[in-house]
Design a protein around this ligand. Structure first.
Ligand code: GLN
Length: 194
């Protein structure tokens, strides 16, 4: 199985490591160009800096190819931190980020504060078929302000929504690749391709 990690900037290596830990027989392609997406059956948008990623997506003309993969081919897609920023709507427009706005979620960038407010906490994950507790690592994380009816909340920090599923997309404000107890998330992601 060929898996694409959007590799313009951000924590690509750790995602590759995490996904290989979960599933062995996969080939990871670092997506920098539309043709890198050929044959990919699953897509990951890593964390990083959404303004930089947004700029590079524009420079490398990647937006249409990524949108086709997600919304037409409907490959299972995991978006984390800056990744969820790129797919959602921003509560306050930011000239440096042009989100795809395909996820029915409105959020605020850096809504949990700056770098020194980064933290780890227990997250309750509730998929329709499985529940569990994972470690959520939040690094200058975006904060979800509104979830529309097309998206379903699946991850909770106490009462607060920190992750959703919408069709083939799992989108989280934290970093599952930075904890080793997050298999339930990868399991769900791969099951979306069955
Ligand atoms: N604050 C970053 C942004 O909005 C996200 C940080 C991260 O991905 N760890 O792009």
């Amino acid at each position: 199985m060929r898996i694409g990690i959007v590799a313009l900037q951000g924590d690509v290596d750790l995602h590759e490591k995490a996904i290989k830990r979960f599933k062995k027989d996969i080939e990871v392609v670092r997506v920098k160009d539309a043709k890198d997406l050929e044959g990919t059956k699953l897509l990951i948008f890593p964390g990083g800096e959404s303004p930089t990623m947004s700029k590079l997506i524009k420079r490398f003309n990647l937006k249409d190819a990524l949108l086709k993969k997600i919304t037409e081919d409907k490959v299972p897609t995991l978006a984390t931190c800056a990744g969820i920023v790129l797919l959602s709507k921003l509560e306050k427009k930011d000239g440096r980020v042009e989100p795809f706005e395909i996820l029915d979620v409105t959020l605020v960038r850096n809504g949990f504060g700056r770098q020194k407010e980064s933290f780890e906490d227990e997250i309750n994950v509730k998929f329709d078929d499985k529940e569990g507790v994972v470690t959520g690592v939040f690094i200058r994380a975006p904060r979800i302000k509104e979830v529309g009816e097309r998206a379903t909340p699946v991850a909770f920090l106490k009462d607060e929504i920190v992750g959703v599923i919408q069709d083939n997309i799992i989108a989280l404000t934290f970093h599952p690749e930075l904890a080793d107890d997050t298999d339930i998330i990868y399991e769900k992601l791969f099951s979306l391709s069955d």
